[in-house]
Write a protein that binds this ligand. Structure first.
Ligand SMILES: [Zn+2]
Length: 168
């Protein structure tokens, strides 16, 4: 999918730090019935601004006592984005279900780090909220944050191995 998201933090690519990738710690997450970490953890300072990665609509604001703390979920044309570990009560005062947020606008303030995840619409347009993929339907956001993270563009599909050059 050709999707280029804004950074969820107002940091330059050089200042972005990945703490934990998608799929890491399979052993720990197997206890939760998952194949691994189901998002991307980014370093964030307490109180740091967390912003929408694309235009979207607020579909969930809640405090998850199981570990994610304050979480906000936005619905987008392509799927959903989720921001977790926010500072409690740090969502804007007019933030509610159906509130429209534009790319780069405030979603919440970071508590510790930011847990960021995306859930992409399937070919038929629906969202998979089951655990069929082993990550509760969440997808790895890294491929869509390459520019925000200052990573080189995804390599093109591997070309057939060229014949080894004969020594002159
Ligand atoms: Zn996380």
């Amino acid at each position: 999918m050709n999707l280029n998201l804004c950074s969820p933090l107002r940091r330059s690519p050089a200042e972005m730090r990945i703490i934990r990738c998608f799929g890491e710690q399979p052993k720990r997450y197997s206890e939760l019935g998952m194949r691994g970490h189901n998002g991307l953890d980014l370093e964030a300072e307490e109180g740091e601004l967390v912003v929408a990665v694309d235009d979207g609509e607020v579909v969930e604001v809640r405090v998850d006592r199981a570990g994610y703390g304050l979480t906000v979920k936005l619905a987008h044309a392509w799927g959903e984005s989720r921001y977790a570990h926010g500072l409690k009560l740090s969502v804007p005062i007019d933030f509610h279900m159906g509130h429209v947020v534009h790319a780069g606008e405030r979603v919440m303030l970071a508590g510790s780090h930011l847990h960021f995840a995306v859930r992409l619409r399937k070919a038929h347009g629906s969202l998979d909220t089951t655990n069929a993929n082993g990550f509760l339907g969440w997808d790895d956001p890294l491929p869509f944050l390459r520019e925000a993270l200052g990573l080189p563009a995804a390599p093109p599909p591997a070309a057939p191995a060229s014949k080894a050059k004969k020594a002159a």
